[in-house]
Unconditional design. Structure first.
Length: 211
């Protein structure tokens, strides 16, 4: 079992000129550099990019639907890592409603879990193939008010790691916290990020009008 060492890379707009910030969370076996490179395909030129690196290249050791105790203490450490990064971004002068999140697979699960536990008005959230974390979901642990924060969740059906039922359940919980959830399911899509999903993220979350 392990905790995460605080380490991240930055990219994108210089903080002094940034109109907001984007926290990018890699998947299992991925790297901060790899997920940060995706920013080049998104309409985020005006955002400062922060990509934390998970210890052991994994935010938690087992499935996101395993009993939560099996994923501790790494899971709590992952959520805390995101929270500390958000606090740093806010202290650097970027307001919460200009902070965006993007994650893939395991990183998408961490992104949704963090914002779900800390619902407030964010710039937007992109979850490429992910859902809320836990063997069973307890809606009472997700609190706050997203105040119409746009959240995009995409997934394949079937997906080898993320059941569609959990994605739907997650979308429902987030919607009840006043998130504007867009859910897109791609039949037969492999466990990856497609160009269609990137284009959808640009139109739904990173449109010129919103960023």
């Amino acid at each position: 079992m392990y905790h995460h060492t605080k380490q991240y890379i930055t990219a994108g707009a210089p903080l002094a000129n940034a109109k907001g910030a984007l926290v990018m969370l890699h998947g299992r076996g991925g790297t901060a550099a790899n997920i940060a490179s995706l920013a080049g395909e998104l309409n985020v030129a005006d955002l400062a990019v922060y990509a934390p690196q998970a210890t052991n290249q994994s935010w938690y050791p087992y499935s996101f639907m395993a009993p939560e105790s099996q994923n501790q203490p790494a899971l709590d450490s992952a959520i805390a890592t995101v929270g500390e990064l958000v606090q740093q971004i806010e202290s650097d002068g970027i307001p919460t409603d200009k902070i965006y999140f993007l994650g893939f697979s395991q990183g998408a699960c961490v992104a949704l879990e963090y914002v779900g536990r800390n619902a407030k008005r964010y710039g937007g959230v992109v979850a490429f193939t992910g859902g809320l974390i836990g063997e069973e979901l307890d809606a009472s642990r997700y609190t706050g008010d997203f105040n119409n924060t746009p959240i995009l969740i995409t997934t394949g059906d079937p997906d080898p790691h993320v059941p569609l039922g959990r994605v739907n359940e997650s979308a429902g919980i987030l919607s009840k916290l006043n998130a504007q959830v867009t859910l897109k399911v791609y039949n037969g899509r492999p466990h990856t990020i497609s160009q269609q999903e990137i284009d959808l993220a640009n139109s739904v979350i990173f449109s010129v009008e919103s960023v």
